[in-house]
Design a protein around this ligand. Structure first.
Ligand code: NIG
Ligand code: FE
Length: 407
């Protein structure tokens, strides 16, 4: 006889297993949890005999894998609301960046901020994502751009989970832009990242992945390659901000290094898409940045779909291009502006987001053995998660089998 910690019955389950059944749905199902993992899942009437310490009927509510936000820049000082107004008045993102604003404005504020204040503001943002159903989120550094401030950012990111209960994956994005100290020596800064920042951050156990911004206002392919080579030598997986504002061959570069993901991709060429497909690199779609920057060229979604590239959807939460604190809103936007389906959007925020973080074997679908990260929703159908804008349908969230505190 099975013995479980928690048994959820009378649930409508969107397993998101990609089994051919839409949403991998099970109509009248049950989920048994033991030691933070899914121990049994299937139709209610096939439930084997067992005892559970706790049992709850979900009264026919929908359960999905908890959401995963696989691309955020959640830890930063200040904000860029004034820049947002300036841009709506006609100023360009790249022009502002070249004039020392943009990312560098946030770098100044982040360097000046105390660890405590960064933790307080970042935790509040993560809590908003939690209330939206997010159990796992990735947080990038990249507003420090010097050893101590990058380490500070990553420490803060890791500390968020102690309050919210979320699992935080940290990505070193020291190559976000060239800091003022290296204004005329981007190569010198790349050397610093390779020789000092990356080894120190990795040594302190703060790096799950390494990211870079490959763009004409940031780093060239050659410079990114150098950083990726260093990451590879330390066996740290890589991801890339690729082809966001121009086609810099970013997707192909990410693919060459077997990157977990290539993110943005508005200007990615068909050859870039083929490279992603061959490498099994996940395409992360970031509609919040696209909409905020009032971009007009969407990523090549049809081609990505056609070539079988896995598509994830994330908030890209950051103060400059994507002040967005809802993965569901990102899903809803991705359907509207990129033309993905609600089922692709949900897969993009669960199964494929897990793959973008190298966690596909552990979470992102509902199956026996997976982490019991479950979101319970007050909805009629999982497509509602992308249909509504501004609704708050989350009823419950379980992280590794534990009910999260949502208020
Ligand atoms: O993902 N593309 C580069 N990085 C961020 C923007 C950062 C910023 O403007 O502060 C992004 O959109
Ligand atoms: Fe980003």
């Amino acid at each position: 006889m099975a013995d479980w910690d928690l048994l959820l019955t009378n649930a409508r389950i969107a397993t998101m297993r990609g089994s051919g059944v839409p949403y991998g749905a099970i109509d009248n199902g049950a989920i048994a949890i033991k030691d933070g993992r899914i121990a049994w899942l299937g139709a209610n009437d096939a439930l084997p005999a067992g005892t559970a310490e706790a049992q709850r009927s979900l009264d026919a509510r929908w359960v999905t894998p908890a959401l995963i936000d696989c691309h955020t820049h959640l830890v930063y000082g200040g904000d860029r609301a004034a820049e947002f107004e300036q841009r709506l008045g006609g100023a360009g993102y790249e022009d502002i960046a070249r004039a020392g604003g943009g990312i560098l404005a946030t770098v100044r504020a982040t360097r000046a901020a105390t660890e405590e204040s960064l933790l307080a503001s970042a935790t509040a943002r993560a809590a908003a994502l939690l209330r939206d159903g997010v159990a796992t989120l990735e947080v990038k550094s990249g507003y420090g751009l010097e050893l101590d401030s990058e380490l500070k950012t990553l420490r803060v990111a890791r500390a968020i989970g102690a309050t919210t209960g979320q699992d935080i994956r940290t990505t070193l994005l020291a190559a976000h832009t060239v800091p003022p100290e290296y204004r005329d020596d981007a190569d010198g800064y790349v050397d610093l990242v390779c020789k000092s920042v990356l080894p120190a951050a990795a040594e302190q156990g703060l790096v799950d992945a390494v990211d870079a911004y490959c763009e004409r206002i940031a780093f060239s392919s050659k410079q990114v390659e150098k950083i990726f080579d260093c990451a590879r030598r330390q066996r740290i997986p890589v991801k890339l901000h690729a082809d966001q504002l121009s086609d810099g061959g970013g997707a192909a570069l990410a693919a060459r290094f077997g990157a977990l993901s290539a993110d943005h991709l508005e200007y990615t060429s068909p050859a870039g898409v083929d490279a992603l497909a061959a490498a099994g690199t996940v395409a992360v779609l970031l509609p919040g940045a696209y909409v905020t920057l009032q971009e007009t060229r969407p990523p090549p979604v049809e081609l990505l779909r056609d070539r079988g590239v896995l598509m994830a959807v994330a908030t890209d939460c950051n103060p400059g291009t994507s002040p967005l604190l809802s993965v569901r809103e990102a899903m809803a936007l991705a359907c509207r502006v990129f033309g993905i389906t609600p089922e692709e959007a949900l897969a993009g925020a669960t199964r494929n987001a897990a793959a973008a973080l190298g966690l596909a074997d552990d979470r992102g679908t509902l199956a026996v053995g997976k982490r019991a990260d479950l979101a319970v929703w007050q909805i009629d159908h999982p497509r509602d998660l992308s249909y509504w804008l501004g609704s708050q349908p989350l009823a419950d969230l379980f992280i590794a089998g534990q009910a999260a505190t949502l208020r």
